[in-house]
Design a protein around this ligand. Structure first.
Ligand SMILES: Cc1cc2nc3c(=O)[nH]c(=O)nc-3n(C[C@H](O)[C@H](O)[C@H](O)COP(=O)(O)O)c2cc1C
Length: 296
């Protein structure tokens, strides 16, 4: 299961048991029907215009001998008053299946454990391999295949013609621009961070912000299914921006498919300006540029 967008809902009155044992939860009535497997999840939660770390529970609370399905959210590191508010949440990682605990102590102990896991899961912990080895290339191709599958499922025609293939990744390696990202020692993301001028960016139906000065570009950014929703793509962009800054490069260019909304949202949130449309090997792409942040 992966969920790319936030689920919205209203916080309704719960039974208030959670507050008594130290895990206050907001009971959410989703705006539209949702289908999430029962269980406990690390989740991002948005309210009052900000994003917070949280946990989501989907289940019937068997420990309390209750039956109705509820969506409950516990906010980590804050106890906001949310009753009656609009809230949005995005489960990102399943921590545990629903259980009928023997007693309340057992439930509380489990919740303490889940909370520790959720905190770790929502905090990026990285290691990065520059110039992936041959062994890594297999894993990178698997990440790329997963991204291709998701694009296909969403009806996108991006990356549906074989590109990027193994030869492209080997070429990235040769040019020292391939970056393979692990999280908790598992394959998580891949990106080519390119310092060469991109021939496809020479002609634009629009106007770049910068002209002719050195820039970096991120291509072939792909995230493994398992790590979706954990901000991997944003961290890859941050990493690239820091790299640009360390080399004194002031401009950052990127492009994406018109229908790739998650990527377009990320690019916009990251401070890029839409500059126009470029023609790449298999079609038109929306092209963006930003000045590399001073504190990247
Ligand atoms: C992350 C999380 C996981 C939970 N997992 C379970 C579970 O496996 N079984 C269960 O009976 N209740 C589980 N609970 C639900 C608690 O029973 C629930 O929060 C408590 O009953 C308070 O509900 P109330 O505020 O509506 O009274 C979980 C709650 C959270 C926040």
């Amino acid at each position: 299961m992966y969920i790319t967008d936030y689920i919205t809902g209203t916080v309704i009155q719960g039974l208030g048991n959670g507050r008594k044992f130290g895990f206050p939860t907001a009971n959410v009535q989703p705006d539209a029907p949702v289908s999430i497997e029962k269980g406990a999840y690390a989740a991002w939660v948005r309210y009052d215009g900000k994003r917070h770390k949280g946990m989501l529970y989907v289940g019937t609370r068997p420990t309390l001998n209750l039956h109705g399905l509820t969506y409950e959210i516990h906010i980590i590191d804050a106890s906001p008053r949310l009753y009656g508010k609009q809230i949005a949440f995005k489960p990102v990682y399943k921590i545990a299946e629903e259980k009928k605990f023997k007693c309340q102590e057992e439930l509380i102990n489990a919740l303490l454990k889940y909370k520790r896991s959720a905190k770790v899961l929502l905090t990026p912990a990285w290691s990065i391999h520059l110039n992936p080895t041959l062994f890594h290339i297999k894993e990178i191709m698997e990440i790329i295949e997963q991204a291709k599958r998701r694009m296909k499922e969403r009806g996108l025609d991006q990356w549906q013609d074989g590109y990027p293939d193994e030869a492209t990744i080997r070429n990235d390696k040769r040019k020292h621009q391939g970056h393979y990202f692990l999280k908790w020692h598992e394959p998580a993301a891949y990106a080519a961070i390119v310092f060469d001028k991109d021939p496809y960016y020479e002609k634009i139906d629009g106007q770049w912000l910068s002209d002719g000065v050195p820039y970096i570009a991120v291509h072939r950014l792909a995230v493994a299914d398992k790590f979706l929703g954990l901000d991997m793509a944003r961290h890859v962009l941050k990493f690239a921006e820091r790299k640009a800054r360390s080399k004194g490069v002031q401009w950052f260019r990127i492009d994406t498919h018109h229908d790739n909304l998650p990527m377009r949202n990320l690019i916009r949130d990251f401070g890029f300006t839409f500059c126009g449309v470029v023609q790449v090997r298999d079609g038109k792409r929306m092209a963006y540029e930003k000045r590399v942040a001073d504190n990247a």
